[in-house]
Design a binder for this molecule. Structure first.
Ligand code: KG4
Ligand code: ZN
Length: 401
């Protein structure tokens, strides 16, 4: 293995949750980004089942790798990239390294990607770059289309503030230098995506809840008053569990659930009958569901933007806001973030991933992150057989590591 070789072309793998994803990246350009979604498998359980996720990753990983390489070759040819060598090789020896997510995520799901990455590194004698999934979301907006001619100098964008909102995380992350991250605020309970999913479940709308609720919220202005948590907490933390409970009570109230019938109508114990609770005596109509969805979004997004405003005021040297994570694909959320940021300082640049696929879990962001960090000598690059073998998953890895 040539230790001095530049790392530009990467095969990246992410199996941190319920998407099996493999990408080929060249510097910050995305040659291919295949995401094989397991939503159909987990849907019936109303959330991700780790054992099923692991099995599905195992079933799909080889095929997804094959698809990623095939698509990369097609794209390289189509855009006539200087990657012609890629077209002439039939194996993976054209890559400079393998990148893989080693945390955070579901333990047994992460393991599938890590084992596969180790095997490829060994088979083709390539270095293995271990990537932090949340750092991946942070840099996801730096991923570029093959046709993009601009060159982004990451150093010029810092200090930057990452707004990372996904199914497992909701955090404000400050980055003063490439590869250095500090969580300055985060949720104390549920992640925002998790709240979307739980509320969708309460309303029997399906899984994942985010896109469904976003769609419903578009049609109606929220008319229900819901709490905006932690407004005066004096820090940059968030909380969504109170809002979730408020929505639960609102739904129950509107349905008339669990309300004991008026006294005079109650059957008598003496008659040997139990008092009935008037359960599910009313289904919610679409208009009400739209209004609940919109009211929920409004409160949730307001609680984020209030903290964002305070952060930008406290750190006036922030040049860029980096957006990443599944919830960021919500247009109303992005609009709110844009409005707040511009209000505080219209010169702050807002970086958003170029496609929806890059918001939710994907491997392209892992390849791009591995490239950026390795260029700045901040990547965790494993070169010897012993180092590669020793890589272990870290399910609760923090973005700060
Ligand atoms: O980043 P991601 O794909 O996975 C994690 O790393 O967790 O985020 C998934 C989460 C889910 O909770 C999903 O409901 C939420 O992102 N989500 C959305 C939208 N699309 C996905 N939340 C709100 N609005 C959306 N359009
Ligand atoms: Zn994620």
């Amino acid at each position: 293995m040539n230790n001095k070789k530049e790392i530009n072309t990467l095969l990246a793998i992410d199996t941190s949750c319920d998407e099996t994803s493999v990408a080929l990246t060249y510097k910050t350009k995305v040659l291919s980004n295949i995401v094989s979604s397991q939503i159909k498998v987990h849907k019936q359980w109303g959330g991700t089942v780790p054992l099923l996720a692991k099995r599905e990753h195992e079933k799909r990983i080889d095929f997804v790798i094959h698809q990623a390489v095939k698509q990369a070759k097609i794209n390289a040819k189509r855009f006539n990239l200087h990657l012609k060598k890629l077209l002439t090789r039939t194996d993976l020896s054209f890559i400079d390294a393998v990148a893989v997510t080693y945390g955070p995520g579901l333990s047994i799901a992460l393991e599938v990607g890590i084992s596969k990455a180790k095997q490829i590194a060994k088979d083709f004698n390539k270095p293995l770059i271990a990537v932090n999934h949340m750092q991946g979301h942070f840099y996801s907006s730096l991923a570029q289309r093959l046709t993009d001619q601009n060159h982004t100098f990451i150093n010029k964008l810092l200090p930057g503030l990452g707004l990372l909102f996904s199914g497992g995380h909701s955090e404000f992350v400050l980055s003063k230098r490439v590869g250095e991250f500090e969580i300055i605020g985060s949720t104390l309970d549920d992640a925002l995506g998790e709240a979307f999913d739980k509320i969708a479940r309460m309303l029997n709308l399906g899984y994942p809840g985010g896109p469904i609720i976003e769609e419903l919220a578009k049609t109606k202005k929220g008319s229900f008053k819901l709490p905006v948590a932690m407004q005066n907490s004096g820090d940059f933390n968030l909380s969504f569990s109170g809002l979730k409970t408020a929505v639960l009570y609102l739904i129950r109230d509107l349905k008339g659930e669990n309300r004991v019938q008026p006294r005079e109508k109650r059957p008598s114990y003496r008659d040997g009958m139990k008092p009935k609770t008037n359960k599910r005596n009313r289904e919610l109509d679409r208009e009400t569901i739209e209004s609940i969805s919109s009211s929920f979004q409004k409160s949730a997004f307001l609680s984020v933007s209030l903290k964002l405003e305070k952060i930008l005021q406290k750190y006036p040297n922030i040049k860029t806001v980096f957006l990443g994570g599944g919830v960021i694909s919500n247009m109303a959320f992005r609009k709110e973030i844009r409005k707040t940021t511009t209000k505080v300082n219209p010169n702050i640049k807002i970086m958003t991933p170029y496609s929806k696929k890059l918001f939710t879990d994907n491997a392209a962001m892992i390849g791009v992150t591995a490239f950026i960090l390795s260029k700045h000598n901040k990547a965790l690059i494993l070169k010897t057989e012993k180092q590669i073998k020793g890589l272990e998953r870290i399910p609760n890895l923090s973005v700060q590591n």
